[in-house]
Design a protein around this ligand. Structure first.
Ligand code: PLP
Length: 355
């Protein structure tokens, strides 16, 4: 089947098969990775190789630390302000539900100021020139790809001297990225990285230390940086699978090749949507997500039939988020082009019969 779920999402089949082959006996150790001490040589090797591969494929500068955490991106909505909101206020760009969740949580720790976006920006990103940053802000937070709305920034905001913080949960590793533009990047793993339970944080070392008073030790980035993300027991199995996903990306030709494939996949689906009145997408041309393509049927009464037929044809999880309705096709890295072709064929056939 082709799984268009927004997450947890499809993993590359070759990765799943390798994990299956190694499940009960990793590398002749006689143990599953799940059973290994995180401080033993075998797991430390797995962990170090995963980080090294990620650094290679994403070209992470040496001045950045890569942290392998738990708690999902949602925990980062709190952990970011706990660690970085030292000046008492932070700026936000609001482009939808995930931006708003990050803002609501940050407001528990200090002042949340809107630098751009807002209720009118659920289907388009604000123009680069319209972002008004408070130079005294502790950081500027934005959501480069809004997973629910399917709205994606085609540019990286210029935040000047204010550190830029990005929730990249649904776009990290979808294409090459200039990490040096960011103060901190975070992502729940369960889209392009690996299984849920793992959260990646890539943070400039200058931002480590000095969290807000009362910040629990287990939420202090510096503690993870100083302990190779092993202050306590890390999500070992998810970390191992993520390492296999990073190796798969490298073997596929790295992020330039993955990015080109993702660009083609999205272009095919948007072309199909643009070519008819039967399907519609509300998202502005320059803000269309490569990863989460949202669309509706002109006749919403046909939604259920469309989804039922898709499911029967092996095209799974196309229902849009409950808050926006309609359809959403998530096209993460592990979705092959053949999956997009199958979806487009199904859409054309459905339109032929019911249009
Ligand atoms: N931010 C974005 C952009 C997301 O897409 C998601 C989940 O889909 C989250 C945050 C929440 O992530 P988690 O469930 O890992 O806490």
């Amino acid at each position: 089947v082709y799984n268009f779920s927004s997450g947890p999402a499809t993993l590359p089949l070759t990765v799943l098969e390798k994990v299956q082959a190694e499940l009960v006996d990793w590398g002749g150790s006689g143990m599953s990775v799940m059973e290994m001490s995180h401080r033993g040589d075998d797991f430390v090797g797995i962990a170090e190789r995963a980080e090294a591969t990620l650094r290679r494929i994403l070209d992470v500068p040496d001045t950045y630390r890569v942290l392998f955490l738990q708690g999902g991106a949602t925990a980062q909505f709190a952990m970011v302000p706990m660690n970085l909101m030292r000046g008492g206020s932070a700026d936000f760009i609001d482009t939808g539900i995930w931006s708003q969740k990050a803002m609501t949580e940050a407001a528990r720790y200090g002042r949340v100021r809107l630098a751009a976006g807002g209720p009118d920006y659920a289907t388009r990103v604000p123009a680069a020139g319209s972002i008004e940053i408070d130079p005294a802000a502790s950081y500027l937070h934005y959501t480069p790809n809004e997973t629910i709305g399917g709205v994606e920034f085609p540019y990286i905001p210029d935040s000047g001297d204010v550190p830029l913080v990005a929730d990249m949960s649904s776009t990290l590793l979808s294409r090459p990225l200039d990490v040096s533009r960011f103060g901190l990047i975070y992502a729940g793993a369960q889209k392009n990285v690996g299984p849920s339970g793992l959260t990646l944080v890539i943070v400039h070392e200058d931002l480590l230390g000095d969290p807000l008073p009362g910040t629990p030790t287990v939420f202090d980035y510096r503690v993870y940086a100083e302990n190779a993300s092993m202050y306590n027991t890390p999500p070992t199995f998810a970390w191992y699978v993520a390492g296999e996903v990073f190796a798969w990306i490298e073997a596929e030709g790295g992020l330039p090749a993955i990015g080109e494939r993702n660009r083609r996949k999205a272009a095919k689906l948007y072309a199909a949507l643009d070519g008819t009145e039967f399907y519609r997408t509300a998202v502005a041309q320059d803000s269309r997500s490569w990863m989460n393509v949202t669309f509706t049927l002109a006749e919403t009464a046909l939604d259920t039939e469309f989804l039922r037929g898709a499911d029967a044809a092996g095209l799974k999880s196309l229902k849009g988020h409950r808050s926006v309705g309609g359809m959403r096709a998530s096209l993460y890295n592990a979705m092959p082009e053949a999956g997009v072709d199958a979806l487009v064929d199904y859409m054309k056939e459905f339109e032929r019969i019911r249009g």
